[in-house]
Ligand binder design. Structure first.
Ligand SMILES: CC(C)(COP(=O)(O)OP(=O)(O)OC[C@H]1O[C@@H](n2cnc3c(N)ncnc32)[C@H](O)[C@@H]1OP(=O)(O)O)[C@@H](O)C(=O)NCCC(=O)NCCS
Length: 166
């Protein structure tokens, strides 16, 4: 099943709309212990953020939010619906963001990730991200606060075709 999905065609990405927010928020709440609020998504949709949903047939499998300022991009959220995680969708979504940010003029993509988020960290490392810093007590946590690791990836020499459907 997972292997078949890995080899399937790229996910369809389209701009997120206000009408998607009920579905997006349901995924957000099921995927994170400290989910974004509706207001944060609304602000992103109204502001200069690039909000995408990824679909297979009619169902939203995941979404991403990134921003671009001059030659730097920032990935603010990337999330796969829990029942579709570990099937290769997150990697496809991340590659979509990287390609889009590069096309928008960014040379480097930055993101923050919880220290404890081993799955996301493994994904970022395997896509060429390097750890470039740490923000102490950055996130709320079940007990107190948790550090964020800052990752960065140069977009100047990324694949486009050969890794895309890997
Ligand atoms: C993090 C996330 C986006 C990854 O997407 P995904 O579709 O689950 O991951 P993929 O199937 O594309 O796998 C990518 C890599 O992640 C790692 N990974 C995926 N599932 C894993 C698991 N269950 N255990 C350990 N590592 C795992 C592997 O390194 C994998 O590469 P491989 O398949 O070559 O081994 C997704 O799990 C998610 O939405 N999590 C909740 C929200 C979140 O944490 N977002 C990131 C915030 S920084």
């Amino acid at each position: 099943m997972a292997e078949a999905l890995r080899q399937s065609r790229p996910l369809h990405a389209r701009p997120m709309e206000m009408a998607d927010l009920d579905e997006v928020l349901a995924i957000e709440k099921s995927a994170y212990s400290f989910p974004w609020s509706r207001g944060i998504f609304e602000d992103c949709l109204r502001g200069r953020y690039h909000c995408r949903v990824y679909q297979e047939r009619c169902e939203i499998l995941g979404y991403s939010v990134h921003s671009v300022a001059l030659d730097e991009a920032h990935l603010l959220n990337i999330c796969v619906r829990p029942e579709y995680q570990s099937m290769g969708h997150g990697r496809k979504m991340l590659r979509n963001v990287m390609e889009e940010a590069r096309a928008q003029g960014a040379k480097t993509l930055f993101l923050e990730v919880r220290l404890s988020n081993k799955v996301a960290r493994a994904l970022y490392h395997s896509e060429g991200f390097n750890e470039v810093g740490q923000r102490f007590n950055y996130y709320p946590a079940e007990e107190g606060r948790e550090d964020a690791l800052i990752f960065a990836c140069s977009l100047e020499n990324i694949w486009v075709e050969e890794k895309r459907d890997a």
